[in-house]
Design a protein around this ligand. Structure first.
Ligand code: NDP
Length: 283
C-alpha cells in the first residue's frame, strides 16, 4: 500500500488576519478541482515577514497571499516582481518557481476581469475612482493598462490623491487628474465608469460615499470594492438609476481565481469560488 499525504501549501500572511475570508474561496476551488492544495490563514506580525518568507521557502510553499501590513515590505524579499505590481508598489500574491519567489498584484486584475465578464469596454473610456488607497492604486494602474483614456482620482487627502494621479499620468498611457473631495462630489457628465474604492459600506451597511447620486445616468457602469455585501447602498443608488452595477464580492473572487491559476496551473472553478464566498457572507 502506498500513499501520498503531502500537501501543496498556500495561504495568507497578515495581521490582523483572523477574519480574512480568502480561505473560503480558495479551499472551495481546490476541493472542487480535486487538487492537493491547502490554504492556511497565518498571523505574521509586522517585523516578522522576512522570517516568514524564509519559512515558506523552506517548507516549499507553492505561494502566499499578503495582506495588511505586508503588501509593500514583501517587495524586498522577492526574486522578481511583475511590472504592474512594481508600479503599484504593492504585492498581494507570491508564487514559487524553481526555488525562486515572484510577486504579482491580483487586486486590480480581479476588478478588470469582473468588467470584462460583464462586457464593459475599458479602452478609450473615462473612469472616476473614489479613494486613493491600495485598492484605488491597483484599479487605477490596471484601468490605465487596459487602455482607459482618462482617470480622475477623487480623494479627501490631497497628498495621497495627487500622488496616485501623478503616478498614472506620468507612468501610464492614461491622462489622470486629482480632484479634491470637498463636500458632495459632482460626477462629470462624460464619465463612463465610476468606482468606489473607499471602505464606505463595509462596516456600516448604511454608509455610502458622499456624491451627487442624481448625476448617475443609465449609461454609466458603477463598481464597488466592498466585498462583504453584494448590494451596498452605493450600488443600490446606481441600480435604481438604471446603471450597470458590479460588486466587490465578484472582484474578490476573481482576484482569487487569478492567484489559483498562478499557483496550480489549472483553470479556476470561478463560479464555485463565487458561490462559496456568497454563502459565507450570507452567514
Ligand atoms: P486604504 O486604507 O489603503 O484606502 C482607503 C481610501 O478610502 C483612502 O483613499 C481614504 O481617503 C478613503 N476613505 C476612507 N474613508 C473615507 C470617507 N469617509 N470618505 C471619503 N474617503 C474615504 O484601503 P484599501 O484601498 O486597501 O481598501 C479599501 C476598501 O477596498 C476596503 O473596504 C477593502 O476591503 C476593499 N478591497 C476590496 C477588494 C476586493 O477584491 N473586493 C480588494 C482590495 C480591497 P484618504 O486618503 O483621504 O484618507
Amino acid at each position: 500500500m502506498s500513499g501520498n499525504f503531502q500537501k501543496q501549501w498556500v495561504g495568507v500572511f497578515g495581521d490582523p488576519v483572523d477574519d480574512n475570508p480568502t480561505v473560503v474561496l480558495q479551499q472551495a476551488g481546490f476541493d472542487h478541482a480535486g487538487l492537493p492544495f491547502a490554504y492556511l490563514t497565518i498571523q505574521v506580525k509586522k517585523g516578522d515577514l522576512k522570517r516568514a518568507i524564509e519559512g515558506m521557502k523552506a517548507m516549499n510553499f507553492a505561494g502566499i497571499n499578503l495582506t495588511m501590513p505586508h503588501k509593500i515590505e514583501v517587495l524586498d524579499y522577492l526574486d522578481g516582481v511583475s511590472e504592474d505590481a512594481r508600479l503599484m508598489g504593492a504585492v498581494n500574491t507570491v508564487y514559487a518557481r524553481e526555488g525562486k519567489l515572484y510577486g504579482e498584484n491580483t487586486d486590480g486584475k480581479g476588478f478588470i476581469l469582473n468588467l470584462q465578464k460583464q462586457g464593459v469596454a475599458i479602452s478609450g473610456r473615462k473612469a472616476v475612482i473614489l479613494g486613493a488607497g491600495g485598492a484605488a492604486r491597483a484599479i487605477g494602474v490596471e484601468l490605465a493598462k487596459h487602455g482607459a483614456a482618462e482617470i480622475l482620482i477623487v480623494n479627501v487627502n490631497r497628498e495621497r490623491g495627487e500622488s496616485l494621479a501623478r503616478l498614472l499620468d506620468e507612468k501610464t498611457g492614461a491622462r489622470a487628474q486629482f480632484i479634491p473631495w470637498e463636500g458632495t462630489y459632482a460626477l462629470p457628465a462624460d464619465a463612463d465608469i465610476l468606482v468606489n474604492a473607499t471602505p464606505l459600506g463595509f462596516i456600516d451597511e448604511n454608509e455610502k460615499p458622499d456624491i451627487d447620486y442624481a448625476r448617475l445616468k443609465p449609461e454609466l457602469t458603477v463598481c464597488d470594492v466592498i466585498p462583504n455585501r453584494e448590494v451596498t447602498p452605493f450600488l443600490k443608488e446606481a441600480a435604481d438609476r438604471g446603471c450597470k452595477v458590479l460588486n466587490g464580492l465578484q472582484m474578490l473572487a476573481y482576484q482569487g481565481a487569478i492567484a489559483f491559476e498562478v499557483w496550480t496551473g489549472h483553470k479556476a472553478p470561478t463560479e464555485v469560488m463565487i458561490e462559496a464566498l456568497r454563502k459565507y457572507y450570507a452567514g
